[in-house]
Design a protein around this ligand. Structure first.
Ligand code: 2PG
Ligand code: MG
Length: 429
């Protein structure tokens, strides 16, 4: 009898302690490109605020979630407002219920009715609100794992493509990762140093270099693709690093932007060359070998599962990363697993839509030994939730750029997480 009342009391206690969403609101704000986006605020128990701003990409995969219906952020917010009551009373940490409630409002695969930006902001803001109510950092709401490792920052040092203007490389991003670093601080500082020295090298090679940078803070010089990678490699070597040892380069080809379906070719228009799918695979292979790359992202276009598989087979020890080809989508990930198309995948919550979708995707990737790289978008805010998401999903890398307030915000958060929670081990690459 006594035992039973004790049990009843503790159930009642935990029930009483369970926070509840008491309000949801949203407003139109601006991202790092100065484009309109939305910010959603979730409040639990009238006091625990979670607030999240939605990012957006420039090189957007055709299979990813739609940001806003009719490209209209206000329309998304109006739909959210008219459905606010459905979320009131839910436990902000119960992502599944929040996700299912959202799915009753918009059951389209790509959130084309309410907009993926709402799914993104609402689900992460709820989690943040839950974290505030429990007085814990956000990542602790997402995982109970006590042996977490910090993802290596992967940053864009030189780029072009959809992130910069005419004259810059066709290749979207040349990335650096300090794979030999023992601490998060050392790896971040190494990336900063390489970015800085690369700027000086570009100035030495071109007196007219304006120090212009693309959307993600990477240098955006007038230079062709081959020279761009060469200068990045030279910079690392001049600093005394051995490529593949202390630091490694990676390349995000963002090949879907280069791919011309009609011509059946990858068109490097700024360099004035075209490559057949076979030549593209050859080019990527040469780059991997010549520069001992740690990773190549989207080396072929978003529907070329077989060509990706060829590269994965050829380079089992290099991260062959699927971004636009997989778009943080479980069905596409299953296809990539079955066809052995890649051995690593990008996790961008806003490609999937809700954080629930993205965490399910991460589970499937982890179960199948796919390496995970949690990533920012080119249009960002100073939010740093993805640093927690990268940690909690056991991501090996966190792709967040190198410089720029909205990029450094994520790196600084990783440093805080490390110091405040005594998490020091770096992930395995
Ligand atoms: C990418 C991303 C981030 P965007 O292609 O990986 O670097 O760019 O956000 O423009 O899609
Ligand atoms: Mg990419």
């Amino acid at each position: 009898m006594r035992n039973r009342s004790v049990i009843r009391f503790s159930i009642l206690k935990s029930y009483r302690n369970m926070p509840k969403i008491t309000s949801i609101s949203g407003t139109v704000v601006y991202n790092s490109r100065g484009h309109k986006t939305i910010e959603v605020s979730v409040i639990s128990d009238n006091k625990y605020l979670g607030r999240v701003c939605a990012p957006s990409g420039a090189s957007v995969g055709k299979h990813e979630a739609i940001n806003f219906p009719d490209n209209n952020p206000q329309k998304s917010l109006d739909i959210l407002r008219s459905n606010e009551k459905k979320f009131i009373g839910l436990d902000p940490s119960d992502l599944k219920s929040i996700h299912e409630t959202l799915r009753k409002i918009d059951s389209t695969t790509n959130y084309s009715e309410i907009g993926g930006a709402v799914a993104f902001s609402l689900t992460i803001a709820s989690t943040e609100s839950a974290a505030r109510s429990e007085g814990v950092p956000l990542f602790k709401i997402l995982t109970k794992d006590a042996h977490l490792r910090l993802p290596f920052p992967l940053g864009n040092i030189l780029g072009g493509g959809a992130h910069a203007g005419i004259g810059t490389p066709d290749i979207q991003e040349i990335l650096v990762c300090a794979i030999g670093s023992k601490t998060i601080r050392e790896s971040a500082e190494t990336n900063f140093l390489i970015h800085q020295e690369l700027g000086k090298m570009l100035e030495r090679h071109d007196a007219k270099f304006t120090r212009g940078r693309g959307d993600e803070g990477a240098w955006a010089p007038r230079i062709n693709n081959d020279k761009a990678v060469e200068y990045c490699a030279d910079t690392c070597e001049k600093l005394g690093y051995t490529l593949g040892k202390e630091v490694s380069l990676g390349i995000d080809f963002a090949s879907s932007v280069l791919w011309n379906e009609k011509r059946g070719k990858y068109v490097y228009s700024r360099q004035g060359i075209e490559r057949s799918p076979e030549q593209q695979i050859e080019f990527v292979s040469e780059m991997i070998k010549k520069y001992k790359l740690v990773c190549v992202e989207d080396p072929v276009h978003e529907d070329a599962f077989e060509d990706m598989a060829e590269l994965t087979k050829k380079f089992p020890r290099i991260l062959i990363i699927g971004d636009d080809i997989v778009v943080t989508n479980q069905t596409r990930l299953s296809k990539a697993i079955n066809t052995k198309s890649c051995n690593a995948v990008i996790l961008k919550v806003n490609q999937a839509g809700s954080l629930y979708d993205a965490l399910e995707f991460a589970k499937l990737a982890n179960k199948n030994n796919m390496k995970l790289i949690t990533s920012h978008r080119s249009g960002e805010s100073t939010d740093s939730h993805i640093s927690h998401i990268g940690l909690a999903t056991k991501s090996n890398m966190l792709k967040v750029g190198v410089v720029g307030g909205e990029r450094v915000a994520k790196i600084n958060e990783l440093i805080r997480i490390s110091e405040e929670n005594n998490i020091h081990n770096m992930a395995n690459i």
